[in-house]
Design a protein around this ligand. Structure first.
Ligand SMILES: Nc1ncnc2c1ncn2[C@@H]1O[C@H](COP(=O)(O)OP(=O)(O)OP(=O)(O)O)[C@@H](O)[C@H]1O
Ligand SMILES: [Mg+2]
Length: 370
C-alpha cells in the first residue's frame, strides 16, 4: 500500500486525513462571510482546507501567502498567484473566464489570463465583483482562501494595498464570496485582520473561528499505530507511547517521525530524536522573533516550562529570573499575547483555578535548554 498518513505533504484527500471530521464539518457549515482557521504550526491547517475543497468541489481560489515576505512582496507576485488560481477555477467554468475578460486591466488569452499590476487595486475590486456575480448565477459561494494570511500585511507598507480594506469591502458588498484566512502566528493574524481595532475596516464584523487543537494522547497513539499499519510495519506499543511523550499531539511532528521510520525501514528511537531536532530548529527561529519583541516572552515560557502553572507563580518566576519587580499588567498582557499567538493555553481546574501550559512540547524542550 502507498503511504498515506505519513505522507509529509499537506493532505488533499479524506482518506489520508486522520480524524478532524468535526473541523471539516464546521468549515462546511460556517454560514458567514469571514472564516479564520487557526492553530499552532504543523497542526494541519493547510490540509484541512485542501481536503475540504477537494472533497466538496466548492469553487475557491487558494493563495499561499508564504510566498510574500517583508523583502519580497511585489504586486506582480500577488497578481501572478491570483491569476493562476483564477485560471485554475475558470478551466472548470468557462463562463467565468468570459466574465473576467470584461474587467479592465485583465487580459485573457485562451485559457490564460494576465492582470495588469499597474491598476491592480481597482482591477481587484472589479474582478471580485465579477466573481461574485458569477457565483450568484451558479447559486454557489466562492471562497477566497489566504493561507498564512498575516503575510499580506507586507503589502500595506510596501505597496499601499490594504488587504483588510479589500476584505472589508467584500464582507459588506459581495454576498456570494467568502473569505477564509489561516494563520499559525495567531496573534499576528488577528492583529492584521484588526477585528478588535476600531479603525480597522473589519472592526466588529462577525466571523467564525475554527481552532485546530493538538490530538489527545490517545488519538496521537492511534494515529501512529494506524500509520505504521498502512505501511505494513510492526511497531512496539511502548515506542509509540515514547514518541507521543516527546512529540505530543502535533500532527506534523508525528508525521515527520513516521516518515523517518519508513525511510529507515524500522521503527527506532533515533527517529524520535531526529524529529525533535528538526522541530527544535524551527521553533528556535520562531522564539528568536519573539525575543526581538520582548525577552520577557521567553522568560515567561521558560518559567512555565520549568513547572509554574498559576498566574502568581509565573509572575514570581519571571521576577526571579529578571531580578526585578514587574507590574501585574505587564505579565497579564504578555500571557494574553502568548495565548493569542498559540504558544500557551489556559485551562480551568474543577475548582475554577486558571492554569497555563505550553501547547507544543517542542517549545517546552527548546525554552528549557535556552
Ligand atoms: N489529520 C491529519 N492526518 C494526517 N496527516 C496530517 C493531518 N494533519 C496534518 N497532517 C500532516 O501534518 C503535516 C502538517 O500539516 P499541514 O501542512 O496541513 O499543517 P499546517 O498547520 O498548515 O502547518 P504549517 O504551520 O507549517 O503551515 C503535513 O505533513 C500533513 O500531511
Ligand atoms: Mg500551512
Amino acid at each position: 500500500m502507498i503511504i498515506t498518513y505519513f505522507d509529509p505533504h499537506p493532505k488533499t484527500s479524506k482518506e489520508d486525513f486522520f480524524d478532524r471530521e468535526r473541523e471539516v464539518k464546521e468549515l462546511g457549515s460556517a454560514n458567514v462571510p469571514l472564516i479564520m482557521v487557526l492553530g499552532t504550526r504543523r497542526i494541519g491547517k493547510t490540509s484541512l482546507i485542501r481536503v475540504f475543497f477537494n472533497e466538496t468541489h466548492t469553487p475557491h481560489l487558494f493563495i499561499d501567502c508564504r510566498r510574500f515576505s517583508s523583502t519580497s512582496a511585489k504586486i506582480e507576485d500577488f497578481v501572478n498567484i491570483l491569476s493562476s488560481s483564477l485560471e485554475k477555477l475558470s478551466r472548470r467554468h468557462k463562463k467565468l473566464l468570459k466574465m473576467l475578460s470584461k474587467v479592465r486591466g485583465v487580459n485573457v488569452f485562451g485559457v490564460e489570463m494576465e492582470i495588469d499590476p499597474k491598476n491592480a487595486k481597482t482591477s481587484l475590486i472589479d474582478l471580485f465583483h465579477e466573481l461574485d456575480e458569477w457565483s450568484a448565477e451558479e447559486g454557489k459561494h466562492t471562497y477566497l482562501v489566504f493561507d498564512e494570511a498575516q503575510n499580506l500585511r507586507f503589502y500595506r507598507r510596501a505597496h499601499g494595498i490594504s488587504f483588510n480594506e479589500v476584505f472589508g469591502y467584500i464582507y459588506d458588498n459581495l454576498r456570494n464570496l467568502r473569505i477564509v484566512l489561516t494563520g499559525s502566528e495567531v496573534g499576528l493574524l488577528e492583529e492584521f485582520v484588526g477585528i478588535e481595532n476600531p479603525v480597522s475596516p473589519l472592526y466588529g464584523r462577525y466571523m467564525k473561528e475554527i481552532y485546530l487543537k493538538p490530538f489527545t494522547r490517545e488519538t496521537s497513539v492511534d494515529f501512529l499505530r494506524l500509520g505504521f499499519q498502512q505501511a505494513g510495519m510492526k511497531v512496539k506499543e511502548s515506542l509509540l507511547e515514547k514518541a507521543v511523550d516527546v512529540l505530543d499531539g502535533i500532527t506534523g511532528w508525528l508525521v515527520y517521525f513516521g516518515k523517518t521510520c519508513l525511510d529507515l525501514k524500522e521503527v527506532d528511537e533515533t527517529a524520535i530524536t531526529s524529529t525533535l531536532k528538526v522541530a527544535s530548529t524551527m521553533v528556535e527561529s520562531e522564539l528568536q522573533v519573539l525575543s526581538k519583541w520582548s525577552e520577557r516572552y521567553i522568560h515567561i515560557l521558560k518559567v512555565i516550562a520549568m513547572g509554574a502553572t498559576g498566574w502568581s507563580e509565573i509572575k514570581e518566576g519571571v521576577e526571579f529570573l529578571e531580578k526585578q519587580e514587574i507590574t501585574d499588567a505587564s505579565i497579564t498582557r504578555l500571557l494574553e499575547r502568548l495565548e493569542k499567538m498559540g504558544f500557551i493555553e489556559k485551562l480551568t481546574t474543577r475548582e475554577g483555578k486558571i492554569l497555563y501550559r505550553i501547547v507544543d512540547p517542542v517549545v517546552q524542550h527548546v525554552v528549557r535548554g535556552r
